[in-house]
Design a protein around this ligand. Structure first.
Ligand code: NIG
Ligand code: FE
Length: 411
């Protein structure tokens, strides 16, 4: 049995073990312990407490972390990190003034990624995604959700989901898989929505269920993409196979995605850049989590999500990266937390809760991840010596991470 004691932890952050996602004023309550110790045994948290009450029997292996903080690793509940190629040429086109539709007309956007993914082999895609997974772990991510949606044909969607399954099998951090066949209409189905929807429902979903390739179903509910009615139909079909909805909602417009997600009992509705009172109140009255993706808003030069209003209205809020080549080519949760504080006026405590325990709830991983509780997995961020908790989002763009522990091992 391997056992390690971390002692003289300046601040042991997020020691709560809530039974449901935090909302309203509870989001700002970040239970933490000053001057603490923690014991890891066989990859899990065996105990923790305050330094003046050290247990009698101590493990042989002891690490003194004076001046440093220990946080639960980030739980990134929304990514598209399987993709074949970056899209910086579109980024430059946008700088030069081209619009989203100009870029789409040039063959850019999601269809550009789909074309490249179609041409890539499963091994190539796995290699690229594996590299990205290592990078986000180094930046403190200890649990992640990954979507398909750059395949857009039965063969390619299944290929993407098999890559995600292989990541799941090999990854030291938990991976949740989401089927996002309804990301956009492929060119040949532009004028034949029914044709693509029936391909999703009749061909893709049965094969995905058969191979147990997904945990969740997602739809890009947006004007010129999938309508609320189409979203509902696709999600209900997925739910028949046990896939719970986690949907893209209210990114570019008041799409009705939030209301549709709540009606379906979605685990989460994600993005939420464009919200009105009806959408906010509907979300607040539900158990669906609102997942905010500030780096996507930043990268698309859109107004940030109205986090203050959402929290103050009582919504449960999580934070995630949306890591993808089109709208958020970054999987850095530290930057997300900082942007949430600076751009959306979330308190550091709120942002850290939203990026840890609420992210875990948004992936149904809360029993084992997202906070410091006895029995949970030992997935941690050990900071460099830092003056205070608020210093983490304040000192943006500079890593404050000294080391990351996954399942009791430093990586
Ligand atoms: O979450 N909004 C839809 N999908 C992605 C971006 C897709 C892309 O441009 O590749 C997102 O932002
Ligand atoms: Fe997304």
């Amino acid at each position: 049995m391997s056992s390690i004691l971390l002692r003289n932890i300046k601040l042991l952050v997020n020691t709560a073990n809530p039974q449901s996602a935090l909302r309203g004023t509870a989001l700002a309550e970040l239970q933490s312990l000053e001057n603490a110790w923690l014991i890891v045994e066989d990859g899990r948290i065996a105990g923790f407490g305050s330094s003046d009450q050290l247990p009698a029997a101590l493990p042989a292996s002891t690490i003194d972390v004076t001046g440093k903080m220990l946080l639960p690793a980030w739980c990134d509940s929304h990514t598209h990190l399987v993709f074949a190629a970056s899209r910086e040429e579109e980024y430059v086109d946008k700088i030069k003034g081209l619009s989203y539709s100009d870029i789409a007309a040039k063959g850019g956007g999601i269809l550009n990624s789909a074309k490249k993914l179609n041409a890539a082999s499963e091994d190539e895609l796995f290699g690229l995604a594996w590299q990205r997974l290592q990078e986000i772990m180094q930046m403190g991510t200890g649990a992640v959700e990954i979507k398909s949606g750059y395949g857009l044909t039965p063969d390619s969607e299944l290929k993407m989901l098999r890559v995600i399954r292989k990541l799941k099998e090999k990854s030291p951090i938990p991976v949740k898989a989401t089927f996002l066949g309804a990301h956009t209409y492929p060119q040949e189905f532009r004028e034949n929505h029914e044709g693509y929807i029936s391909q999703i429902i009749q061909e893709m979903l049965p094969a995905i269920a058969d191979g147990k390739l997904a945990d969740y179903i997602d739809v890009f509910c947006e004007q010129n993409f999938f309508s609320p009615e189409e979203t509902e139909r696709i999600c209900l079909a997925g739910m028949q196979y046990g896939l719970k909805p986690k949907i893209h909602a209210n990114q570019l417009s008041l799409s009705g995605g939030t209301e549709t997600g709540v009606k379906l009992g979605a685990i989460s509705v994600d993005h939420l850049e464009t919200m009105d009172d009806h959408a906010i109140n509907t979300l607040a009255a539900s158990s669906t989590i609102g997942t905010l993706l500030p780096t996507a808003a930043f990268f698309l030069r859109m107004p940030f999500q109205p986090a203050r209003k959402l929290i103050d209205s009582g919504c449960a809020i999580a934070l995630a990266t949306d890591y993808n080549p089109g709208s958020s080519p970054s999987g850095n949760m530290n930057l997300v937390v900082s942007m949430a504080c600076t751009g959306m006026k979330m308190l550091p405590e709120e942002a850290i809760n939203a990026a840890t325990i609420n992210g875990a709830f948004a992936m149904e991983l809360d029993k084992d991840y997202g906070s410091i509780a006895v029995g949970k997995k030992a997935n941690f961020i050990l900071t460099k010596p830092v003056p205070s908790l608020a210093y983490l989002p304040y000192a943006f763009g500079q890593s404050q991470i000294e080391k990351v522990m996954i399942s009791g091992e430093w990586i």
